[in-house]
Design a protein around this ligand. Structure first.
Ligand code: 6PG
Length: 465
């Protein structure tokens, strides 16, 4: 039998993705050096046109030409190792697809290396976790456009759908797919941090029980905050602990781990000179959370929080408004980074398309993305989502409540750094005049770094005294 599609790496993501491919009528073969994994695919795929093998020779020789081979192996060294391993067995015109969270410069390097050998290479972001891979992820492909045509029917079939629209589209050249996925993850970090701050405000500040928290998030998920992350948050508060009494969430150590994609987003934003303070703060807070022992010591020295006083129901309503504000600002920052990166790296991204394929399947899917898609459809070269008039109306309506909520955090000692970063970003972005003139004066004062003037052209320097 000649198979339509090959998958290298049969961990949970690879196995689920290949089963999804087979569900849509494409025959598929999976390769993993681990016998247990290839056997597991065999068993789970019984009755489907799918096979697992540990032999790379069998794998490569059973694929239809030109071959379509996707890699779902850990980012970094393992991707290069698999490429080197398969390369001698491949033919010109074959397509290799890296579906992992690879760093975008690695993708550029691999594409160049393989294209010199006549092999097409694409870096594709796949989001939605293991369930997404199995039943419909959001897929972010980048690379040579002609090569995309080879795999387009399969990706469109397996992706999530929103009103029948597949959550996949060719995004741009080179590492565009991995870059968009990286920023997706940065936004994911931002939204997760923001939701955790609202949890803290309502739990420590207002004393809401897990049952009440569940109700709040479940309600928000039926309204304008509707999104995957709010949906799973609601479910978390009803999940029982199986090892002790109470809810599981209360037994989980408050130390957030990371695999690095959010940090990459922040690091690259700094390199590009594009501000994403909410994402920066989300990364910083994961780092701060890791200092558990120090935090416990410091709590003894400085005391902890005080309650937020007032009408609980009204305050919960304000928190909803603040979170909606912060959602908009976080997407705005990430999308602005994509705009800058697209120019810098010549990706040719269309942000309407990015917003469209993020509406379903991925971790940051949200009802709000349809509004964002419309904004970029109306103005494709929108410099920042905040400059869209419809968005401005939404933001203006929740601005006052956001200020209140940030002040509750500040007064009660509950950290709300990501909410505050959203508000400060907004306040700075909408300031026609910032105090940066003073910074320029200081730079010129101590270092003769020169300055420009508001009222005339040219570069100036003053002998300050
Ligand atoms: C997705 C996720 C996925 C991964 C996260 C976890 O889109 O499906 O983003 O790629 O689970 O990146 O990242 P951290 O381990 O860094 O939190």
């Amino acid at each position: 039998q000649q198979y339509d599609f090959g998958m290298v790496g049969l961990g949970v993501m690879g196995r689920n993705f290949i089963l999804n491919v087979a569900d849509h009528g494409f025959s598929a073969i999976g390769l993993d050096t681990d016998t247990a994994k290839s056997t597991a695919l065999h068993q789970e795929g019984s009755g489907k046109p799918v096979k697992g093998t540990t032999s790379k020779q069998e794998f490569v020789s059973s694929l239809k030409s030109p071959r379509t081979i996707m890699l779902l192996v850990p980012a970094g060294g393992p991707v290069d190792a698999v490429i080197e391993d398969l390369l001698p067995l491949l033919d010109k015109g074959d397509l290799l697809i890296d579906g992992g969270n690879s760093f975008y410069t690695d993708t550029n390097r691999r594409e160049k290396y393989l294209s010199e050998k006549g092999i097409h290479f694409m870096g594709i972001g796949v989001s939605g976790g293991s369930k997404g891979a199995r039943f419909g992820p959001s897929i972010m492909p980048g690379g040579p456009k002609d090569a995309y045509g080879i795999v387009q029917p399969i990706l469109e079939a397996v992706s999530a759908k929103v009103n029948g629209d597949p959550c996949v589209a060719y995004l741009g050249s080179g590492s565009a797919g991995n870059y968009v996925k990286m920023v997706h993850n940065g936004i994911e970090y931002g939204l997760m941090q923001l939701i955790s701050e609202t949890y803290d405000l309502m739990k420590r500040g207002l004393g809401l029980t897990n049952e009440e928290l569940h109700e709040v998030y479940a309600r928000w998920n039926t309204q304008r905050l509707q999104s995957f992350l709010i949906e799973i948050t609601a479910s978390i508060f009803t999940t029982d602990d199986t090892l002790a009494s109470g809810k599981l969430v209360d037994a989980i150590l408050d130390r957030a781990k990371q695999k690095g994609t959010g940090k990459w987003t922040s690091q690259n934003a700094m390199d590009l000179g594009t501000p994403v303070p909410t994402i920066d703060m989300a990364v910083t807070m994961r780092e701060l959370s890791a200092l558990k022992e120090e935090r416990v010591q410091a709590e003894k020295l400085y005391g902890t929080t005080s309650a937020i006083s007032g009408d609980k129901k009204a305050i919960v309503d304000q928190i909803e408004q603040a979170l909606y504000f912060a959602y908009i600002i976080t997407y705005a920052q990430g999308l602005a980074q994509l705009t800058t990166a697209s120019e810098e790296y010549k990706y040719g991204l269309e942000l309407e398309t990015v917003a469209r394929i993020w509406r379903g399947g991925c971790i940051i899917r949200a009802g709000l993305l349809e509004h964002i898609r419309q904004a970029y459809s109306k103005t494709p070269d929108l410099a920042n989502l905040l400059l869209d008039e419809t968005t401005a109306k939404e933001v203006n309506a929740v601005q006052a409540a956001t200020r209140q909520v940030v002040s509750y955090g500040v007064t009660s000692g509950i950290p709300v750094p990501a909410l505050a970063a959203c508000l400060s970003y907004f306040d700075a972005y909408r300031s026609g005049r910032l105090p940066s003139n003073l910074i320029q004066a200081q730079r010129d004062f101590f270092g003769s770094h020169t300055y420009e003037r508001l009222d005339r052209e040219g570069i100036f320097h003053t002998e300050w005294e």
